[in-house]
Ligand binder design. Structure first.
Ligand SMILES: Cc1cc2nc3c(=O)[nH]c(=O)nc-3n(C[C@H](O)[C@H](O)[C@H](O)COP(=O)(O)OP(=O)(O)OC[C@H]3O[C@@H](n4cnc5c(N)ncnc54)[C@H](O)[C@@H]3O)c2cc1C
Length: 379
């Protein structure tokens, strides 16, 4: 864990207590049943965590990324699924904070801050993943609004969330033909696909989102028409810092379990932690955790101070996802055969870690972003 100030430490103690009481005892059951419990999200709301990035004037805590990253890592060290749930909620709220009109902020932010409303982010489509600019969901002008038709895929919190920032095509122009909207669950023409049966983060619902002749008034357009790609890229810079913190949390959780097991398990008449082969795996996990913590803290600091952060966010996101994957793998290895069993949390960390090398820009795409920034002379 990187250095937290007094206020952050107090908040982390509260988050830890919530996780220990409301999540940890049920984490395996919720994973097996692929069950998202809204009451846990509501508990986040009661503590103000849902509004951590929302300005105080709209009911949030306005604590910035230096704090959101700490909180997210703490939650993810117990449940990556619930960490994803609040992370995409933050992404939705941050997009409205950054690009919304005053009316939109007044209407949505206080209720997103309290957790009364849960947010989500609808960018990906069946044929537009890494190449997000090729999205096809159509928004055609009609009266004082738009008619939406198309399908979004793999939406975290899909169906569970109340408010979605969704990206559509308003003209053929690849980048300036993309427009974002605020969409509410329950509007005519909005529906959701079946819950995806996933390898990991199973307690976070993932569904497709379907628009069929869905009328959306212009007042729900987020920012100017044609500015959607800029909205998406700006917000994903910030989102990737939180994403990196989330995977740091997985690595921390794996480390905690690996150390505990190495201190308990005996073979050849010794604790397995006495074997150098096991010590090396523990040390590798620790080095990954500490280096990631430093990278995430730096990216969060830069974001909070308004400095350019695109490359830092991609470095953090990519590196942290790989560290989490390796940490979970080493933690399973240290547990031997028991690590392969669902009774031990490391099995779930291992399955959960994988998605973060894929979502919010795959690790290959992060490398593309990093190299592009380097060649542009920015880093
Ligand atoms: C569990 C889960 C939750 C998700 N949550 C959300 C969400 O809340 N909101 C949302 O909008 N989306 C979400 N996604 C979608 C996710 O962001 C995409 O899956 C991801 O961006 C990759 O897109 P794709 O799956 O279409 O893969 P593709 O883009 O088809 O990529 C396939 C492979 O090709 C590689 N590749 C593609 N282009 C390049 C290139 N230029 N250079 C090198 N390699 C390349 C990729 O790295 C990958 O290895 C989620 C996905 C999952 C599985």
């Amino acid at each position: 864990m990187w250095v937290a100030d007094e206020q952050q430490r107090a908040m982390l103690d509260t988050v830890r207590r919530l996780c220990d009481r409301d999540i940890r005892p049920y984490v395996q059951e919720m994973d097996e049943k692929a069950e998202f419990r809204r009451e846990i999200f509501n508990r986040f709301g009661e503590l103000g965590l849902t509004g951590i990035l929302i300005p105080e004037e709209y009911g949030g805590l306005e604590l910035g990324y230096s704090t959101s990253t700490l909180v997210l890592a703490e939650i993810a060290s117990v449940s990556a699924a619930y960490a994803v749930s609040i992370m995409v909620h933050w992404l939705c709220a941050a997009a409205i904070t950054t690009f919304g009109t005053e009316d939109q902020k007044q209407e949505y932010l206080p209720r997103l801050a309290s957790g009364e409303l849960m947010g989500a982010w609808s960018l990906t489509e069946p044929n537009a993943g890494s190449d997000a600019a090729s999205l096809r969901t159509a928004a055609a002008h009609q009266d004082d609004g738009y008619i939406l038709n198309g399908t979004k895929s793999f939406i975290s919190n899909g169906g569970a969330a109340d408010v979605y920032v969704a990206f559509t095509r308003t003209s053929a122009d690849r980048y300036s033909g993309i427009t974002a909207f605020i969409i509410e669950k329950g509007w005519p023409g909005v529906s959701f696909g079946k819950k995806e049966n996933k390898m990991g983060i199973r307690a976070c619902d993932t569904r497709s989102m379907i628009f069929e002749d869905c009328y959306v008034p212009t007042s729900k357009r987020l920012h100017e028409e044609g500015q959607g790609f800029r909205v998406a890229m700006t917000m994903m810079d910030a989102g990737r810092i939180n994403n990196a913190a989330l995977t740091l949390g997985i690595a921390q959780g794996a480390m905690r379990e690996a150390v505990k097991y190495a201190q308990e398990r005996e073979q050849f008449g010794k604790k397995i932690g006495d074997f150098q082969g096991v010590q090396f795996m523990l040390a590798d996990i620790k080095v990954g955790v500490e280096t990631t913590a430093a990278i995430v803290a730096r990216a969060a600091y830069k974001k909070d101070h308004g400095l350019p952060v695109t490359a830092d966010a991609s470095v953090a996101k990519m590196y942290s996802a790989d560290v989490a994957m390796r940490a979970a793998e080493n933690a399973v290895q240290i547990h031997g055969g028991y690590g392969y069993m669902k009774e031990y949390p490391v099995e779930q960390f291992f399955r959960d870690a994988k998605i973060f090398q894929i979502t919010e820009g795959t690790n290959q795409i992060q490398r593309v972003i990093i190299a592009k920034r380097m060649l542009q002379g920015e880093v």
